[in-house]
Design a protein around this ligand. Structure first.
Ligand SMILES: [Zn+2]
Length: 387
């Protein structure tokens, strides 16, 4: 292999690395190929650990779209806020973090350090992006400053807004065309960098192909950086630190500039609950599967259901939020024509020897089994017998 081929092989490998995104557990990634339907990815198909998963995006920028939805990652209630959520959302469990609790009186000092949120000088949460960290830190401050009597109503409104399926559709409908031109310029840059420039160097030598190629590469990269920063300013006006990073990365690295649409676009529905995004974007059969998974995960979560001692403010907060979360999610399903109660009914046994099942993962068991180990020891329920 010549030095020139080795150089472009290295560029290709670096570019492929730009096509992957690390997403913390609890978020769902939604991906689609241009012109096709969306699909939901609660977990990576390839690499992940106890904290998160590595998700991929389509390498040619014009071909695909990728968004991340998290919604509210904590339990909030009239008494305080807990780093716990009623649903696991990830097939292998919650992200590796000890459950913490703070009363609202203690949530006075909220600081941001990149993606990290500190409450009362202690690390509270690590977000996926500075956009998400900014949103969550602002919400914490806002709720903590509210008078106690108004807080409960505000929390209900906030959670209801995160299940607004029509708002998700509207957000995607308005933002996707705005990203279109950025994707087209990025596709042009991709063609110049990986096709036209190597071809010109091969035919004419390093000079004059390289100077002209670099002018084209950095010209297109600058155009992408300008558009990306403008969109970032419009969509996430408070995330100034991240905007500076996006600006520098897109200006300095043509490889990052090619992925700019994903960089700025992936957070555009992150404030919505993954169920709401699924109801808004997925086609019928996929929606039914996601709804079934959400219902089972909400009513029969992976144990423990509540990590705090019974009767404490922390435990009360988890109980209060879980009930509200189930109520609002069920309303969203009902509006979409899905009966949540029907999804909770026991299935029929697939074999005559199966008499019990796990209501969360739907695994069926013999009479000798006492619990589902895959769901951390969830108790089993009787199956509908085979007729
Ligand atoms: Zn199970």
């Amino acid at each position: 292999m010549t030095e020139r081929q080795e150089l472009w092989l290295l560029l290709g490998i670096l570019y492929l690395a730009e096509c992957f995104r690390w997403v913390r557990r609890g978020s769902w990634v939604f991906r689609r190929l241009y012109g096709s339907r969306w699909s939901a990815q609660p977990a990576s198909e390839f690499i992940g650990n106890d904290r998160g998963d590595l998700h991929w995006a389509w390498p040619f920028p014009l071909f695909g779209d990728l968004i991340v939805a998290r919604g509210l990652p904590w339990c909030v209630g009239p008494e305080g806020v807990a780093t716990w959520h009623p649903v696991t959302r990830h097939p292998n469990g919650r992200t590796l973090q000890a459950a913490g609790f703070r009363r609202w009186e203690e949530v006075r000092e909220v600081q941001l350090e990149g993606e990290k949120i500190f409450v009362a000088n202690e690390l509270w949460w690590v977000a996926d992006s500075q956009v998400e960290a900014q949103r969550l830190a602002s919400a914490l401050k806002r709720w903590a400053e509210l008078p106690a009597k108004q807080r409960e109503a505000a929390l209900r409104i906030e959670l209801r807004d995160s299940f607004d399926v029509a708002a998700v559709r509207a957000r995607i409908a308005t933002t996707t065309p705005e990203l279109g031109l950025t994707r087209q310029i990025a596709s042009g840059l991709w063609c110049v960098l990986f096709f036209l420039l190597p071809l010109a160097i091969w035919r004419q030598g390093w000079f004059p192909a390289l100077p002209l190629g670099l002018i084209a590469v950095y010209g297109l990269g600058g155009w992408i950086a300008w558009r990306t920063v403008r969109l970032h300013q419009t969509w996430y006006p408070r995330a100034t630190a991240e905007r500076l990073r996006v600006r520098l990365l897109c200006w300095c690295s043509p490889l990052t500039a090619i992925r700019a649409a994903d960089l700025v676009g992936r957070n555009r529905v992150e404030s919505f609950d993954p169920l709401a995004v699924a109801l808004a974007l997925l086609p019928g059969p996929r929606t039914a599967a996601v709804a079934g998974s959400w219902v089972r995960d909400s009513w029969f979560p992976r144990l423990p259901e509540n990590p705090f001692p019974h009767g404490t403010p922390a435990a009360n907060t988890v109980t209060w939020f879980t009930s509200l979360y189930q109520e609002i999610g069920t309303e969203a399903l009902k509006t979409a024509g899905i009966d949540a109660e029907a999804l909770r009914r026991p299935p029929a046994a697939t074999e005559a020897c199966h008499t019990q099942y796990c209501a969360r993962c739907q695994a069926q068991y013999l009479a000798i089994a006492s619990s589902c180990q895959a769901c951390n020891g969830r108790p089993l329920y009787p199956l509908v017998p085979v007729k």
